[in-house]
Design a binder for this molecule. Structure first.
Ligand SMILES: C[S@@+](CC[C@H](N)C(=O)[O-])C[C@H]1O[C@@H](n2cnc3c(N)ncnc32)[C@H](O)[C@@H]1O
Ligand SMILES: [Zn+2]
Length: 155
């Protein structure tokens, strides 16, 4: 039988975003605390991620890598799902939760239908987070509390 979006069970869709490129948007109202998807991709070492992307990252902050811990990076350009299109926001409505080395995206607020799903990338680089490096990772989330960069604070 045919089913509408409301009854088909799809809760989000990938489409163009005002923040950057493509983003992921809610198709229905999604309650706070909903686990929406896993961040899927090829699991590789940091060394392998550098081998694949260090040269590219010299020129662009664009990445589809999720750093799980000291050992593992998820490369969502290979075998990735919709999670790889979730943009960063400084006032996000989702968070990335680590469980046994796997990453899950969960809402931290109620997200209305049509709202863009975001989480705080909180990127931490090996190099110093100088003003120039922060600028090279400029944030376009456009929220009132935007800190101007996708970088987080170094611990
Ligand atoms: C996992 S991708 C997200 C999907 C991306 N919009 C796309 O179309 O490929 C992550 C990249 O998107 C861009 N991005 C995500 N959120 C951003 C933001 N708030 N401001 C600027 N660029 C952002 C950055 O280039 C970042 O490395
Ligand atoms: Zn921002």
């Amino acid at each position: 039988m045919f089913s509408s979006i409301e009854t088909s069970g799809r809760r989000y869709i990938v489409r163009r975003s005002g923040i950057h490129g493509r983003g992921v948007f809610a198709l229905v109202n999604i309650p706070k605390g909903t686990r929406l998807m896993e961040y899927i991709g090829e699991r590789i070492t940091h060394r392998e991620a550098d081998r694949r992307y260090a040269a590219e990252h010299e020129h662009s902050p664009h990445t589809m890598l999720f750093s799980v811990d000291d050992k593992t990076v998820i490369d969502a350009t290979r075998w990735g799902n919709s999670a790889r299109f979730i943009n960063h926001s400084c006032s996000p409505n989702c968070e990335a939760i680590e469980e046994d080395g796997r990453i899950f995206i969960e809402t931290t607020k109620k997200v209305p239908a049509g709202g863009e799903l975001t989480y705080d990338y909180n990127l931490v680089l090996e190099e110093r987070h100088t003003p120039a490096v922060k600028k090279a990772h400029a944030c376009f989330c456009g929220t009132r509390r935007c800190r101007g960069t996708m970088l987080g604070s170094k611990r």
